[in-house]
Write a protein that binds this ligand. Structure first.
Ligand code: DNO
Length: 393
């Protein structure tokens, strides 16, 4: 695996020099200052790339080129945004970067309800609590028709959850959900969020899937032409939120996606933490089925706590069987190498990490503090080294 680390640019509290010390050689990054929908200019890409190179690192993967909401809904200027997207891919490729991660989650990107969930060892983790989300939906956002989304038991749990919250806790909960986690859009106020959701009111799961497939029909030929591997990121969490559909949640969702555009440029970001939230997602089966189109890896674990609740466990703990996952990855890499593929090594980043040690007193990007990710990377590095010595292909 090509060890990589995510870097959010010059505002990131974790510097490139810090990343260099982790031993990772590759960087995963994006031009976060370019507004969604606008073309990434070659000069801007090159400038960012040069900054990374000056630190002795390589910009290996773009994560993400975001997809404009109008493309997801196929309204307004979606066609122009698709053209811009293609141009951006061409520009990225012309700078020598050939892996692009993206997602197709409407309105919100990844979502958690608690960004500082205390762990027994004194570190803190990210948590998703379905009652907290329902409490926010029903009693803070007061979304019209929200009660139809939940059964009586869930509504009762949400009520009790909400009753126990102080005013400040309600504020914090709202912020955690809609104020924008690192890597997502800037976030919303309650009013903006309501408006965004309303736009999706009549959009069915079938519509959204069709819009994704139509988008792929347009961009995959461009990606192929310029030798870019597009890697869709699974929905996180992998189920519908706020009554709007998500369509990259399960084995079957992925199967549909890749059947409709079989080119290997139509690839997957294999994110164990996102897919692993669902017990019905067999991580090994997913890996094996789509192995040849897995071009990027996000390795992290989660611990399911029932009702769809989960926290982000240490990388080698929790419900993701990291040994089996890494074994499958290394086996795939060795097969690729044997076939003579020059790019047999798959870029991997330790995804998220606990806020711990010195980072507990620092301003961090939730999930993206240095030490927690460094711990994850080191553990994964050791695991991979051990496994790789045992596989002879
Ligand atoms: C969260 C990230 C996501 C991811 C996008 C990919 O930590 O994995 O924000 O970057 O969903 O487009």
């Amino acid at each position: 695996m090509k060890e990589s680390f995510r870097w959010y640019g010059h505002l990131d509290p974790v510097s490139l020099q810090d990343i260099f010390q982790t031993g990772a050689t590759k960087v995963v990054s994006a031009l976060h200052s370019v507004p969604n929908g606008k073309v990434w200019k070659v000069d801007a890409i090159k400038e960012h790339q040069q900054i990374i190179q000056n630190a002795g690192l390589d910009w290996e993967v773009v994560e993400s080129v975001p997809i404009h909401e109008e493309i997801k809904q196929r309204i307004g200027s979606f066609q122009a945004y698709i053209e811009n997207y293609k141009k951006t891919l061409e520009n990225i490729a012309s700078c020598g970067i050939h892996t692009v991660c993206y997602n197709f989650m409407p309105v919100l990107d990844w979502t958690r309800t608690d960004l500082f969930y205390p762990m027994k060892d004194g570190s803190s983790a990210l948590y998703y609590n379905s009652s907290a989300l329902a409490a926010f939906d029903l009693f803070v956002l007061q979304r019209v028709g929200a009660e139809k989304e939940y059964d009586a038991k869930q509504i009762l749990k949400a009520k009790n959850y909400f009753k126990a919250l102080s005013y400040n806790e309600i504020e914090t909960l709202s912020k955690s959900i809609i104020a924008g986690l690192p890597g997502s859009e800037k976030g919303y106020t309650l009013e903006q969020f309501r408006r965004q959701l309303k736009q999706y009111e009549s959009l069915t799961e079938r519509d959204l899937r069709e819009h994704l497939l139509l988008f792929l029909e347009e961009i995959i030929p461009t990606a192929e032409k310029v030798n870019i591997k597009m890697c869709i990121h699974p929905d996180d969490p992998p189920f519908n939120l706020f009554g709007i559909p998500r369509v990259v949640r399960t084995f079957n969702d992925l199967e549909t996606l890749f059947k409709s555009a079989p080119s290997l440029s139509n690839g997957l970001t294999y994110c164990t933490g996102s897919l692993g939230v669902r017990q019905d997602n067999d991580l090994l089966k997913i890996f094996r089925r789509f192995a040849d189109r897995i071009h990027f890896l996000h390795l992290r674990s989660i611990q399911r706590e029932g009702d769809g609740n989960f926290f982000e466990a240490n990388h080698l703990e929790g419900d993701v069987d990291m040994f089996t996952v890494v074994h499958a990855i290394i086996t795939e890499e060795k097969k690729r190498k044997k076939r003579g593929c020059s790019d047999w090594e798959i870029p991997m980043r330790p995804d998220h990490g606990h806020q711990m040690l010195d980072d507990l007193n620092k301003k961090i990007y939730p999930g993206y503090s240095a030490i927690g990710r460094l711990r994850g990377l080191s553990e994964l590095r050791g695991l991979a080294l051990g496994i790789s010595k045992t596989i002879n292909i």
